[in-house]
Design a protein. Structure first.
Length: 193
């Protein structure tokens, strides 16, 4: 068991295998049912979203506030190893969350209605648009600026400092947007606005 838990990819694989076992135990006869396919994409959407928003909150509640307190000789440990790896998972979790969410909305026949704020889907539509804005922010503002801030691409010190601030402000914007986005996603089924 230690060999599995000591390696993140093996542990992730073990979690996937256990999920498959649970799926097969409870849903083996339902896998061709459209409702089950919709459920599968809802689960994948939630799983991706937990990773994405969890990392977003880690960056904003732990890493950003803590970095000024880290001694200069220890900062490369974060900027060269931890942050790039966390940003890898962060970027791809954002894409996965958006793609699975759009598929889910399509499977449940409310994609266009939600994106155009039609009656009955306004809350989920607001949540979807906030998620789309946040994902665009990740890929087109946060990631390019983090590459410069972390020294993953060559740049001068002034550009690096400006990129650090821009990435932080964009990340903080996503942090703020994540709170109403999560509300909209959860409230839709109960409020139906």
């Amino acid at each position: 068991m230690g060999k599995i838990l000591e390696n993140m990819y093996r542990a992730l694989g073990a979690g996937v295998v256990l999920a498959i076992i649970v799926f097969l135990a409870f849903h083996v006869g339902q896998m061709s049912d459209p409702a089950w396919v919709s459920f599968l994409f809802r689960w994948l959407h939630v799983l991706s979203g937990v990773l994405w928003i969890g990392l977003l909150w880690y960056f904003n509640m732990v890493q950003i506030p803590t970095m000024p307190k880290v001694p200069a000789e220890l900062k490369p440990g974060v900027s060269k190893y931890i942050a790039p790896e966390a940003l890898f998972w962060f970027r791809w979790a954002a894409i996965s969350t958006v793609v699975t969410g759009l598929i889910l909305a399509h499977l449940n026949h409310y994609l266009v209605e939600a994106l155009t704020f039609q009656a009955g889907t306004r809350l989920i539509g607001i949540g979807m648009w906030l998620g789309l804005i946040m994902a665009a922010n990740v890929w087109f503002i946060i990631w390019p600026n983090q590459q410069r801030a972390l020294g993953l691409v060559s740049t001068d010190d002034a550009t690096k400092a400006k990129s650090t601030r821009t990435a932080m402000l964009a990340s903080r914007t996503n942090f703020v947007l994540s709170i109403p986005m999560l509300y909209c996603m959860v409230a839709q089924q109960n409020v139906g606005v």
